[in-house]
Design a protein around this ligand. Structure first.
Ligand code: DQQ
Length: 537
């Protein structure tokens, strides 16, 4: 295969060629981070899936090893699909993954390192007592993606497997005392009507105060739980925050934590099949997600690759307790280079000011905007309440003049703005209560002159109270064909995959802009060129 390099990422994880999807079994073990991921060793489309394996000491530089798990046994001969790692007492990692047998039934298997003294755990063994979970009493073609297991004080392990019954999405709960014989619990940990198949569930504790992450088995006071599922109908993920009642093995989402299609999302863009793990080196929880493509299958074949992983994100509970916050791992900052700054720069209606002096196609930008008054904010039409954020952004993109906003960044912009991916805020006034609604968009519609691309006006709302602090911050990680953005310190995140034809490499530019009648000040903007890691696979 001849690999086309034009839109390849500089610092987002991707292998030298071919197709990738879900991150699998991320873990930190004996000083090494492991990332496994769904990979087609033969081409740039989904198929022939194996668990590719890379290791790192810093989550930035990666070394590719041989695939760790690949079809070889009756219980996984038709596929080695997603799964998770658990570190058992005595410091023994084990992987649970979904295998497809000759009848394409989905089974849960386990694998263990062949040699625990190999620092990279290159070889994995799939013992003969597999499968450890057979699809009895469940839908065998919708039964997959086991989670990291957690341990209860009763000495019993628990884990979840994603599934559906008709249109109801389900996370089945399994229990085991030896990690090999698993029994289905009478009640699933959770299920929701009309959400379809729940892929890649993730279930973990978060501390109610502070950013520190918790081991998946942690039990104690002042803890909430997060349940995330990936909905294959739309390729969106949503999560709820709630309480896990250990004695009954019951998870109850908080009253204000919406379940189902309108639930909170980790990311409102190209982000799917994510998985978190507890990093005991730095006591944090880290989230990996797959950023799927927005170009066509033919393009993928032509360019010789498809799919990337997003930058690992630290994730914790917001002080409000109502949502999670995500932020790129601090290690990423080691790739920053050539800092440029902009301070106290006023932006009037129609202004766009270039941020010069960095490689705008491969950059990290952090900016704080100051709003001087909210008086000019447009009224939020009650009829819009029916629209989701994405539709609203579709109606009121960066070019539609507003009151307070749209303002933000024009990323991956061509010189004469034939192409640009705007990442911006727009503020509305709610008539009922004098409060404000903040829309955050990453709008790919203008990202490329090329037609046959997926160019959605991705957007989410941001839960901030602007009456106290009239500021909004934004960070964007720009990397050739990806713009990964964090609004309001990571409260709302949006990843867009874009394929500009003009705004590439040295012809890409970065601007700050305001298209609202109210003045906005760039209080502080720091931007850096981003280096390539010394080693990426
Ligand atoms: N991808 C895997 C499945 C999972 C899906 C197959 C999610 O295990 O449900 O490649 O993207």
């Amino acid at each position: 295969v001849k690999v086309k390099h034009l839109h390849r990422t500089g610092y987002h994880f991707q292998p030298p060629k071919h197709w990738i999807n879900d991150p699998n079994g991320p873990m930190y073990f004996n000083g090494v981070y492991h990332l496994f991921y769904q990979y087609n060793p033969k081409g740039a489309v989904w198929g022939n899936i194996v668990w590719a394996h890379s290791v790192s000491k810093d989550l930035i530089n990666w070394e590719a090893l041989e695939p760790a798990i690949y079809p070889s046994k009756p219980f996984d001969i038709k596929g080695c699909w997603s799964g998770s790692a658990t570190i058992l007492p005595g410091n023994k990692p084990v992987i649970l993954y979904t295998g497809l047998d000759s009848k394409e039934r989905q089974l849960q298997n386990y694998a263990v390192p062949a040699n625990l003294s190999d620092p990279y755990l290159r070889k994995w063994i799939k013992p003969d007592n597999n499968p450890v979970v057979f699809p009895a009493g469940v839908n065998a073609s919708a039964f997959r993606d086991p989670t990291t297991a957690w341990w209860g004080h009763d000495g019993v392990w628990r884990m979840l497997v994603g599934s559906r019954r008709k249109h109801r999405g389900i996370a089945y709960l399994y229990r085991s005392s030896d990690f090999m014989k698993w029994t289905k619990a009478k009640h699933p940990i959770h299920s929701v009507a009309n959400t379809g198949m729940w892929e890649c569930p993730d279930f973990y504790p978060v501390s109610v105060s502070g950013k520190l992450g918790l081991d998946t088995s942690f039990s104690g006071e002042n803890v909430k739980h997060v349940l995330k599922v990936s909905l294959d109908i739309t390729r969106y993920e949503y999560y709820t925050i709630g309480t896990y009642f250990r004695d009954q093995d019951k998870y109850v989402p908080d009253e204000n934590s919406v379940d189902g299609w309108n639930g909170l999302r980790y990311d409102y863009g190209n982000f799917y099949a994510s998985k978190s793990f507890f990093d005991s080196a730095k006591n944090r929880r880290i989230l990996w997600g797959w950023a799927n493509e927005s170009d066509s299958r033919d393009d993928d074949i032509e360019k010789g690759w498809a799919g990337i992983q997003t930058i690992p994100r630290e994730v914790w509970l917001d002080p409000s307790g109502k949502q999670l916050v995500q932020w790129p791992i601090e290690e990423l900052e080691s790739l920053r280079n050539n800092k440029v700054q902009m301070r106290n720069r006023q932006l009037k209606l129609g202004d766009h000011v270039e941020v010069k002096g960095i490689t705008a196609a491969q950059a990290d930008v952090e900016v704080t905007f100051k709003l001087h008054s909210l008086d000019k904010a447009e009224k939020f039409d009650p009829r819009w309440a029916k629209l989701d954020a994405e539709h609203l952004c579709g109606r009121m993109g960066s070019k539609v003049q507003g009151g307070v906003g749209p303002f933000g960044l024009l990323t991956l912009a061509s010189k004469n703005l034939e192409e640009f991916t705007p990442v911006f805020f727009r503020i509305f006034k709610l008539s009922e209560n004098n409060k404000h609604k903040v829309l955050f968009c990453s709008d790919a519609r203008s990202s490329s002159l090329k037609k046959e691309l997926y160019k959605p006006s991705f957007a989410g709302f941001v839960d901030v109270d602007l009456t106290h602090d009239m500021k909004l911050s934004l960070r964007s990680l720009i990397d050739n064909s990806v713009v990964e953005s964090f609004g309001a310190g990571g409260k709302t995140c949006i990843t867009s995959r874009v394929y500009p034809t003009l705004a590439i490499q040295n012809d890409a530019h970065l601007y700050v802009f305001n298209n609202g009648s109210g003045i906005i000040t760039v209080e502080n903007l720091n931007a850096w060129s981003m280096k390539k890691p010394a080693k990426m696979n």
